[in-house]
Design a protein around this ligand. Structure first.
Ligand SMILES: Cc1cc2nc3c(=O)[nH]c(=O)nc-3n(C[C@H](O)[C@H](O)[C@H](O)COP(=O)(O)OP(=O)(O)OC[C@H]3O[C@@H](n4cnc5c(N)ncnc54)[C@H](O)[C@@H]3O)c2cc1C
Length: 390
């Protein structure tokens, strides 16, 4: 009998997983198993997803789960976004970039968009007609976001954007990009503004390489170039210039918690797959599970995974009550992604040589997990943020 990620731990139920949230998780899991898993290898090889999958995800109600119904969303909360992200990792299709689109990009428009902006973009994002990305990182500035150099100069009723971005998730496919710019380069963080670029509507925008990554192959990650890109001033997010840094600081905690959601779900899947494997694989005339080392290793991992799940559930409940502090979100990202990398490594080890073969899912999970300690703010930056609260 094959162990399922959801049942390998005894604590997957949480108060925030209400009936409708659980139903969405079941639906998302079944949909991903039927629609995405059979074609996932193809996308991993192509190093990009098929746009059609996004439209079908929209039809299935998997895009814009927490966006208001008035703008084409499902009117849910972070709980709904969380279970979609968890389903992606439980099914093992981690490169499908809808988590970023749903729980990172759309919330900026929901929270800071004008009525006109919400009506214009959210319905298309909820249907999958428009794919979203957010471009903060530049070749010369990642952790130090204040050091970005991309400028947006006002010219009548337009902004003229110049600069380059890199490592942008969904960058090859994106139709709508939230670009972090300096509208007043002399004003430091207070000169930062978020401006929306509709890639199909502008000149001077170029996508660079689809970057060749260690893992998460099917998720396109790109360089982007802005050469005198003119966008209407109506594309500014927020009622005035200079609010970008505050908007980022307000939204980054959810992004970090979301990374934790993927981490704990992948941890659960890895332990379930490894438990099945060690029961079947034999050495010295016995199943590998019969060696005490295997039992102790998996006992340790299951204990840590249970602690991780409990902590994630706590952080999510706090977020749903509006109490997720930046340091708590940073702790979730730091601890859960460190644990994820440790668990993937131990689980790969228990697979022996087969664990290093790409035909076994643990190999891909090991590769895919590494970046979790880097993006969304590195784990070193998480420690800095936590230390600020001391
Ligand atoms: C697959 C992938 C997808 C990504 N997707 C996106 C995206 O969609 N949008 C986006 O904007 N960005 C994205 N990123 C970028 C990501 O957020 C950055 O790579 C990350 O923030 C680190 O920045 P950096 O690469 O410039 O590293 P650096 O800032 O150069 O850091 C290098 C090392 O120095 C350490 N370091 C830096 N400053 C300090 C400090 N003050 N104290 C201690 N240590 C420090 C870091 O922790 C790290 O170990 C993505 C990256 C990857 C790899």
């Amino acid at each position: 009998m094959t162990a399922q990620p959801a049942e390998i731990l005894g604590v997957t139920q949480a108060d925030w997983k209400t009936e409708d949230v659980s139903m969405l998780q079941d639906m998302a899991t079944k949909w991903l198993e039927a629609e995405i898993a059979p074609r996932y290898e193809e996308f991993e090889k192509a190093e990009i997803f098929d746009r059609e999958c996004w439209r079908r995800a929209g039809e299935a109600g998997l895009l814009g789960a927490s966006a208001p119904e008035a703008y084409g969303g499902s009117g849910g909360s972070y709980a709904h976004e969380s279970v979609i992200i968890e389903a992606i990792s439980h099914v093992g299709v981690d490169g499908f970039g809808i988590g970023l689109h749903n729980a990172i990009v759309m919330p900026y428009i929901v929270h800071y968009g004008s009525e006109e902006q919400k009506k214009k973009w959210l319905p298309k994002m909820a249907s999958g007609e428009m794919i979203g990305a957010i471009a903060m990182t530049e070749p010369g500035a990642g952790s130090d976001l204040q050091g970005i150099k991309t400028t947006a100069r006002k010219d009548g009723n337009h902004y003229v954007i110049n600069g380059s971005k890199t490592f942008i998730t969904n960058g090859q496919l994106a139709d709508l990009i939230i670009v972090v710019t300096k509208t007043d380069p002399a004003a430091g963080a207070k000169g930062t503004s978020l401006i929306i670029v509709e890639t199909g509507e502008v000149e001077g925008f170029e996508r660079g390489r689809n970057l060749d990554k260690v893992g998460l192959k099917s998720n396109d990650t790109s360089e982007l170039f802005f050469n005198n890109v003119r966008v209407p001033t109506a594309n500014l997010l927020g009622h005035e210039e200079g609010l970008g840094f505050i908007q980022l600081m307000q939204q980054l905690p959810q992004e970090r918690l979301m990374i934790g959601a993927g981490a704990i779900a992948m941890i659960e899947r890895a332990i379930a797959l490894t438990t099945d494997y060690v029961k079947e694989r034999k050495a010295f005339g016995r199943s590998i599970i019969e060696f005490q080392n295997t039992q102790f290793k998996l006992a340790e991992l299951k204990t840590e995974a249970t602690i991780g799940r409990t902590f994630y559930n706590y952080c999510t409940a706090e977020h749903l009550e509006g109490r997720l502090t930046p340091e708590l979100a940073s702790m979730a990202k730091l601890w859960l992604t460190d644990l994820q990398c440790k668990v993937m490594d131990e689980c790969l080890q228990l697979h022996g040589g087969y664990g290093y073969m790409n035909e076994y899912p643990i190999a891909r999970m090991w590769r895919d997990s590494r970046v979790q300690r880097i993006y969304g703010g590195t784990n070193e930056i998480m420690k800095l943020l936590i230390a600020r609260s001391l």
